[in-house]
Design a protein around this ligand. Structure first.
Ligand SMILES: CC(C)(COP(=O)(O)OP(=O)(O)OC[C@H]1O[C@@H](n2cnc3c(N)ncnc32)[C@H](O)[C@@H]1OP(=O)(O)O)[C@@H](O)C(=O)NCCC(=O)NCCS
Length: 453
């Protein structure tokens, strides 16, 4: 980017506001424009990988089972037939909210891989594509004749990203996997959840974090290898992302803890094993006492971070517990589990007659980092994020007004964007099959009649 004088002279804040202006997002070039990918993906892991690239402008063609589409279209209670009339085969189905957010900007075609014509079409699409993202069971695509080895014969430059649960070899390779399994076998649950003393259990994360994380890692693999192919090798690459392997990669210090001391990390709930005070405390007063939402009627929660000795002293002053400041003056004293039980209990006693916002405001006066734990409504209406356009109302060509997440990061010259959230099953059959495979209208109609598409 060439930086004009007025940008150079701005404050950093104004510079950021100007170059990242979300209102200009759609006027700027797309960084992956000209790249094409096929997404034979289902659920969230594979779809999110492809969607991340489509948000950057790659022409991404999602291939689904004819008529029904992929399972995620049918997995939530919201199959709103009136708001979202979709496929001409099942107009009241296929709009599951789980599908939102994981299939942005894609073209939607259908192919039944049990039919030889569909296999031929896949090969023709692969011949004209830069990458393919796939997350079926180990070996399914090889069995169908469209795995990496077969497709690289028609396109040696194809980058093939396979995402699975346990990888392509080893005794567990054929097992089915889902986000929950990745979290369970990856070790995440064992350290998530409240301590036994609070009746806690190993807990799963409510959002499909291992899927979205895996999608991002896989997109990262594709981009890295696109660079390698285009600048060094000229050839494609076969890549694997295993959900369990990916989970292991972000187990932070607990692997080192085991390796160094043979210690098995324990759940430590809303507190932190390595830092104290650095946790979430219960605030006894609800911010929404009249709410019909039971969770909003409950107490609120607020994160407080005051682990440095000086901040901890300020915290003790704030809650008027000078005895605790004297008892645990140094950080190492506070890491003791018994110290944590005592300190957090004292903070919660102080917070018992306050809302989470009141707790955060008082912490702020004492120069401490604090943040009320926000729910989806609070996230959606937060002025800071609204101004930055991270969550955005989109005038979607199929659905009309849709509130959607966009990107997850910003780029000054080539920002990610959401042009449409998704489309009906097979919505782009005519467009893509004519454009990339040269089929005529009557040939496409025949493929449809024969249930190939
Ligand atoms: C998600 C998962 C458990 C589903 O398992 P599965 O449906 O038993 O097996 P596959 O994924 O290999 O899918 C093959 C089946 O999909 C169906 N199918 C889906 N799309 C199809 C298409 N376009 N054409 C033909 N068949 C299709 C068929 O029934 C096919 O089985 P068949 O050839 O034996 O008739 C499995 O794919 C998996 O573990 N994937 C890796 C981890 C993952 O991504 N999980 C989801 C994210 S949490």
């Amino acid at each position: 980017m060439t930086i004009p004088k007025e940008l150079k002279e701005m404050t950093f804040e104004d510079f950021c506001r100007t170059v990242f202006n979300p209102k200009k997002r759609h006027e700027k070039p797309e960084v992956l424009k000209g790249k094409r990918g096929i997404s034979t993906t289902q659920y969230i892991l594979g779809p999110s990988c492809a969607a991340y690239l489509a948000e950057l402008g790659a022409e991404t063609i999602k291939v689904e089972l004819p008529r029904r589409g992929e399972p995620m279209r049918h997995t939530t209670p919201f199959n709103e037939p009136f708001l979202y009339p979709l496929s001409r085969w099942m107009p009241d189905k296929g709009t599951g909210l789980g599908f939102f957010g994981a299939n942005h900007n894609e073209y939607f075609i259908t192919l039944d891989f049990h039919k030889p014509e569909a296999i031929e079409i896949m090969k023709r699409l692969a011949a004209k594509s830069d990458f393919m993202a796939e997350n079926y069971r180990a070996g399914t695509f090889d069995r169908w004749g469209i795995g990496y080895r077969q497709l690289s014969e028609v396109n040696p430059r194809l980058i093939y990203q396979w995402m699975g649960g346990f990888g392509g070899w080893g005794p567990g390779r054929n097992r089915a996997s889902y986000d929950i399994l990745g979290q369970a076998q990856g070790g995440c649950f064992s350290v998530t959840g409240l301590q036994r003393e609070f009746g806690g259990l190993p807990s799963k994360h409510t959002i499909w974090i291992m899927d979205y994380w895996g999608g991002a890692m896989s997109a990262f693999q594709i981009l890295a290898n696109m660079w390698w192919r285009d600048n060094i090798s000229g050839l494609g690459n076969f890549m694997e992302y295993s959900q369990v392997h990916g989970a292991q990669r972000h187990l932070s210090d607990i692997i080192a803890l085991y390796g160094r001391y043979g210690l098995v990390a324990q759940r430590w709930g809303n507190w932190d094993v390595l830092l104290c005070v650095h946790g979430i405390v219960q605030c006894g007063k609800s911010s929404y006492p009249g709410s019909k939402n039971p969770q909003e009627q409950e107490e609120g929660y607020c994160l407080i971070s005051a682990y440095e000795d000086e901040d901890y002293a300020a915290l003790c002053n704030m809650i008027e517990r000078h005895d605790l400041a004297e008892k645990y003056p140094e950080h190492k004293d506070r890491l003791d589990p018994e110290a944590q039980f005592e300190i957090y209990a004292a903070i919660e006693e102080w917070a018992a007659d306050k809302t989470k916002e009141e707790v955060a405001a008082i912490c702020d006066q004492y120069g401490l980092i604090a943040q009320p734990v926000m729910n989806s409504k609070e996230v959606s209406t937060n002025p800071h994020w609204q101004e930055r356009g991270t969550l955005q109302w989109i005038d979607d060509p199929t659905f009309g007004d849709v509130f959607a997440q966009v990107g997850g990061y910003l780029m000054s010259d080539t920002p990610p964007r959401c042009n449409w959230v998704f489309k009906p099953v097979g919505a782009d059959n005519d467009y893509i099959l004519a454009k990339l495979c040269g089929f005529t209208g009557s040939e496409i109609a025949k493929l449809e009649a024969e249930e190939v598409i």
